[in-house]
Ligand binder design. Structure first.
Ligand code: AKG
Ligand code: FE2
Length: 525
């Protein structure tokens, strides 16, 4: 030590020597002065070093985050790509729909939740193969009917199988094979919930459904207010669809009078009226509308939501329309069990027209199956059928518009004949079906008028008169209206508030399965 002091410390500056010989001591603050005096001349270097350190650590930190982000992107990218591929191959849309669904699910998409539930919770129902559709079918009381398989499935595995098998809709062998594979996989893995409710969740859902139905049946409010429907739509009691076909117009429109009872009409109007304010949307002309079953994405994919009880279970309007179509179109029991429902309703559009409001001529578009069923509540209206003008047509053109029903493809802006091809008188409680060429190549609309003057034949329409000749007098089924028309040749009535329910099948539906895969992938990161 002495050598160290003699040979090294002795050559250091005085302040450093003092530090060695007399180390700083807290009880003697002035012993720190040599340190301060030693460091002070080098302060600027210390500051520069500190600045370097701060810059370096900031850059290193940023690089760290960036490299973590790159690693995350490299891992999630292919997974998202696979999900998008599965979705587009199984007709569920692509990334847009995935993001729409996420927005929807997290509640970021406005105004699309079911009454009284948060959007997140409402759409949770669709996450694991239990979408409204499969539930609806199971609760429809048609025992023995295949659920997920015949609907094309609402879960990821069904989507994959459907994707491999084309549409998964037409041929029954596909359904049988799907059931078989699904059952086998579910049993082998013990994860029935993953395979779409054929196995694992079936009992649970059946029990839930029974409970829901018995709750509904015992609800004094409903059973008092809503006497059970006479249900004329059974095979024996019900005539063929052809009986209801509206003649003298292109195929095919069907008009079924008194499809629901006045009590049911009143009940449905009350339920629709009770829906929360945000459920209503208002279009430019002031008409209000609601979507049930989910909204359409920008790419015309339905983002499904559960349909409300007042359409599904009490009264069972949807089931009634489906079985009417099944029976009236002559399906055998076997066909009804093994094939899809005739319409496969997955969305219901509610339009509310005040007197004087209408809807411009439009096509509902290719996003939907070319068969729509509309029930009218509250008031009559006159529906106009329009056609496009050919280049040789002398009729002055009007221009087709797209009021709300999503992309109407090429038809936007195509000139249509100013004079409608036909008029239909649509009375309350009736069911109107538009299908085939009337759906695919004609337009329909309602002229905004406060009242209608209806006549039986075009000869009675005088120039400049507001009167219209309707083509469905034979099918109106309302003695008062028909007698007035036959006796005086004219029926006239002010419009009241009319609410229409349009039942349709969106061809592309975002299925929960793909999203649940995305959810799982995100959870793992
Ligand atoms: O109210 C109606 O009867 C027709 C409604 C309609 O055409 C539509 O919403 O697309
Ligand atoms: Fe329409």
């Amino acid at each position: 030590m002495d050598v160290f002091v003699d040979q090294i410390v002795a050559h250091l500056p005085q302040d450093l020597q003092a530090l060695f010989l007399n180390p700083p001591n807290l009880s003697n603050p002035s012993s720190f002065l040599p340190i301060i005096r030693t460091i002070l001349p080098y302060t600027k270097y210390v500051v520069v070093l500190l600045a370097f350190y701060i810059v370096w650590s900031t850059i290193a930190g940023l690089f760290g985050y960036f490299s973590r982000f790159v690693r995350f992107a490299l891992r999630i990218g292919p997974i998202l790509g696979i999900i998008a591929w599965v979705m587009s191959n199984s007709g569920q849309g692509g990334m847009d729909e995935l993001f729409d669904m996420v927005k929807h699910w997290t509640g970021l998409a406005p105004q699309n939740n079911r009454a009284g539930t948060s959007p997140g919770i409402a759409s949770l129902a669709g996450l694991f193969g239990g979408t409204d559709n499969s539930r609806q079918r199971r609760s429809s009381g048609r025992s023995g009917r295949r659920g997920a398989a015949s609907s094309g499935g609402s879960d990821f595995i069904s989507s994959l199988l459907n994707s491999a098998a084309g549409t998964g809709r037409d041929a029954d062998w596909q359904g049988v094979a799907q059931d078989y594979v699904r059952d086998a996989l579910a049993k082998a893995s013990g994860m029935g919930w993953l395979f779409g409710g054929q196995n694992g969740d079936q009992d649970e859902i059946d029990a839930e459904t029974k409970l829901a139905l018995s709750d509904t049946a015992s609800s004094s409010e409903q059973s008092q207010e809503l006497p059970s429907h006479p249900r004329p739509h059974t095979r024996d009691a019900f005539p063929a669809l052809e009986h209801f076909r509206i003649k003298d117009i292109p195929p095919a429109a069907y008009y079924i009078p008194e499809f629901i009872t006045p009590d049911e009409e009143e009940y449905l109007l009350r339920k629709i009226g009770e829906s929360p304010q945000p459920k209503w949307k208002t279009v430019g002309t002031g008409r209000r509308l609601q979507y049930w079953g989910g909204n359409m994405s920008k790419n015309s994919v339905l983002l499904p939501e559960p349909l409300p009880d007042f359409l599904v279970s009490f009264p069972d309007i949807i089931e009634r329309i489906e079985s009417f179509l099944d029976i009236a179109s002559g399906k055998t029991e076997e066909q009804m069990r093994s094939t899809e429902r005739s319409l496969g309703i997955n969305q219901v559009l509610v339009n509310e027209y005040q007197p004087g409001q209408g809807i411009s001529p439009h096509e509902d578009g290719p996003a939907f199956r070319p068969l729509v069923a509309t029930i009218s509540l509250g008031s009559h209206t006159v529906l106009d059928i329009h056609h496009y003008t050919s280049t040789t047509s002398p009729s002055p053109p009007m221009v087709a518009t797209t009021p709300h029903s999503g992309p109407d493809g090429d038809n936007q802006g195509r000139p249509i004949a100013a004079i409608p091809l036909a008029h239909l008188l649509v009375l309350p409680r009736s069911l109107l079906i538009l299908s085939s060429s009337l759906y695919t190549s004609h337009l329909h609309g309602i002229t905004p008028r406060p009242a209608d003057i209806v006549v039986v034949s075009a000869e009675r329409v005088t120039q400049g008169s507001e009167a219209v000749a309707v083509v469905n007098v034979e099918l109106l089924g309302n003695a008062e209206v028909v007698d007035t028309l036959r006796n005086s040749g004219q029926w006239e009535k002010a419009r009241g508030t009319r609410t229409s329910l349009t039942f349709r099948h969106a061809e592309k539906t975002l299925k929960g399965g793909a999203l649940s895969v995305a959810k799982g992938a995100v959870r793992r990161f």
